[in-house]
Design a protein around this ligand. Structure first.
Ligand code: CO8
Length: 257
């Protein structure tokens, strides 16, 4: 499979997607969406892959939706085509997806990072929702996901002033799970993904599903959902293996069954 706008590699059990439109600071156009969806779906259905990483360049994770592609779109077309709805498919990826962010993650770039399961930021990362400076607002979840990540006050600040948040502030406010030196970003993200990929895939996928449910439901419903998933894990060989390995003081040999 050849891609126009991304580089796709596997590192052991980890799928790595690197945005590759350097001249446009990895701005997200229709081709980037098409390429990312094919790559992510391919990894999601590949039994040899346990987790994924998506990253950009040193200068930019992604500087937003492609402004030049967007600027002439008519309202009727935006509405009828449900502009950007395709990105929802990316969020249906079932295996863990880590965003490894260096440099600019602006607008759609910040939104793409937030669509991933967690964000590891380089100390050079800059997050922002600058759409207001273009006469629009976030269009792919920024006003909703950023608010859930960092709370109303900071989300309002970001969406209304269009200011950027540096890596330290992003970690402090819960947007990034950790900050690492820029030169170690991809290795650190790959290491985290490789660790996840060593665990039992069904339990990893259920953990992701359970945490995501916290965003969509009440606490009582979420707790019931978690408990049912937890119970169902006792039907797996991997639960028996994981607990036997602990008792026998050895490494578990998970079979994803
Ligand atoms: N779209 C298209 N081209 C871009 C974009 C973009 N978002 N960002 C940068 N580029 C291009 C520039 O036009 C320039 O191209 P050229 O050399 O042909 O002029 C090249 O990338 C390099 O950029 P700069 O020369 O501007 O580089 P600087 O280092 O001077 O500045 C910045 C870097 C600060 C990141 C600056 O490029 C910038 O402000 N970019 C725009 C950021 C922005 O406003 N992003 C929000 C876009 S709107 C949006 O994302 C709506 C979200 C809706 C949902 C999206 C779903 C994915």
């Amino acid at each position: 499979m050849s891609y126009e706008t991304i580089i796709v590699e596997t590192r052991g059990k980890v799928g790595l997607i690197t945005l590759n439109r350097p001249k446009a600071l990895n701005a997200l156009n229709a081709q980037v969406l098409a390429d990312i969806l094919v790559a992510a779906k391919g990894f999601d259905t590949d039994p040899g892959i346990g987790a994924m990483v998506i990253t950009g360049s040193e200068k930019a994770f992604a500087a937003g939706a492609d402004i030049k592609e967007m600027q002439t779109i008519a309202y009727a077309d935006a509405y009828v085509q449900d502009l950007f709805v395709g990105w929802e498919e990316f969020t249906r990826t079932r295996k863990p997806m880590i965003a490894a962010v260096a440099g600019y993650a602006l607008g759609g770039g910040c939104e793409l990072a937030m669509m991933c399961d967690f964000i590891i930021a380089a100390d050079t990362a800059k997050f922002g929702q600058p759409e207001i400076t273009l006469g629009v607002i976030p269009g792919m979840g920024g006003s909703q996901r950023l608010t859930r990540f960092v709370g109303k006050s900071k989300a309002m600040d970001m969406c209304l002033t269009g200011r950027m948040m540096d890596a330290a502030e992003a970690e402090r406010s819960g947007l990034a799970s950790r900050v690492v030196p820029a030169g170690e970003l991809v290795d650190e993200a790959l290491k985290a993904a490789a660790r996840i990929a060593e665990f039992s895939l069904p339990s990893v996928m259920m953990a992701k599903e359970a945490v995501n449910r916290a965003y969509e439901t009440t606490l009582a419903e979420g707790l019931r959902f978690e408990r049912r998933l937890f119970h169902s894990l006792f039907a797996l060989d991997d639960q028996k293996e994981g607990m036997a390995a602990f008792a026998e003081k050895r490494k578990p040999n998970f079979t994803n069954r």
